[in-house]
Design a protein around this ligand. Structure first.
Ligand SMILES: Cc1cc2nc3c(=O)[nH]c(=O)nc-3n(C[C@H](O)[C@H](O)[C@H](O)COP(=O)(O)O)c2cc1C
Length: 252
């Protein structure tokens, strides 16, 4: 129980302490990049424009009323248009503002518009995409193909604490965070903000899925080291914070 109580400090606001802290932003340290740089020679994949054409349930009341966690999916592939819509609703950069320092505005809210996340997709069954791991370019609305490995299903199940239904989903979203994007401004207050931000991402995904006849479930129970290693993240400056498998609803 003592350990549990120790963890509660993460839940508490630290903004009053910030006044006395010389944050990196106050020190005029360079702002971290708003998106990870591309390695040379990476394969970029265009996504269709995200439009309302994929929406089959327009009513926000019904989307909220019907939203639930979905753990079994149709065997049908997700269309690229549906995937494009889901990426847009969770992370697409709608606007970049600033001249020296930059902020991005996206469909999900983020404390101080820091948006400390990158989106990785494990594609299993999406029309027009080979199986493999991709990263979303939220500014350009494109995908970068990263890699593919043997036994992907086994590795995903291992990375998500043995929850096998995740591994066979048509696509699995993994959100990593790059904490320094928030720490640069919020220092010790960043961690709580990042976790709050991540909830917004996933709730957008839930509602967007509901609108297009798909289902998802938030995944908090994953194996940190295995998931980071699988996505080739260093586990310190960037690591997984959340995941969500997505597939078409069986009855649609
Ligand atoms: C932060 C968080 C973590 C979760 N982690 C898991 C998980 O690892 N596996 C799972 O099957 N469901 C997970 N869930 C889904 C919850 O079990 C689900 O939201 C809850 O039972 C309520 O059901 P509903 O979403 O259908 O309303 C998680 C939900 C949240 C918000």
């Amino acid at each position: 129980m003592d350990n549990t109580k120790e963890q509660r400090h993460l839940l508490k606001a630290k903004f009053t302490l910030l006044a006395d802290i010389e944050t990196d932003q106050k020190k005029r340290m360079p702002q971290p990049l708003i998106q990870k740089v591309l390695e040379e020679g990476t394969e970029i994949i265009n996504l269709p424009e995200a439009t309302k054409d994929v929406v089959i349930k327009n009513d926000i009341f019904n989307c909220l009323m019907d939203r639930q966690s979905v753990r079994t999916y149709s065997e049908e592939a997700l269309t690229l248009e549906q995937l494009s819509f889901l990426l847009w609703t969770t992370q697409k950069v709608k606007k970049v503002v600033g001249k020296v320092n930059f902020a991005t505005f996206r469909p999900a809210a983020s404390g101080g518009a820091r948006h400390p996340f990158e989106t990785y997709l494990v594609v299993n069954n999406v029309e027009g995409l080979n199986k493999g791991v991709y990263r979303y370019l939220a500014i350009e609305h494109k995908l970068v193909y990263l890699f593919s490995e043997g036994n992907m299903e086994e590795k995903i199940a291992e990375a998500t604490s043995g929850q096998k239904f995740i591994a066979t989903a048509p696509v699995v979203f993994f959100w990593s965070c790059i904490p320094y994007r928030s720490e640069w401004r919020y220092d010790i207050a960043a961690a709580k903000t990042i976790l709050q931000d991540s909830g917004h991402l996933c709730q957008n995904l839930y509602l967007a899925c509901e609108a297009i006849g798909c289902g998802t479930v938030a995944i908090g129970d994953y194996h940190q080291e295995i998931a980071d290693k699988f996505l080739r993240l260093d586990g310190e400056e960037e690591f997984v914070v959340y995941a969500a498998p997505v597939g078409k609803l069986k009855e649609v």
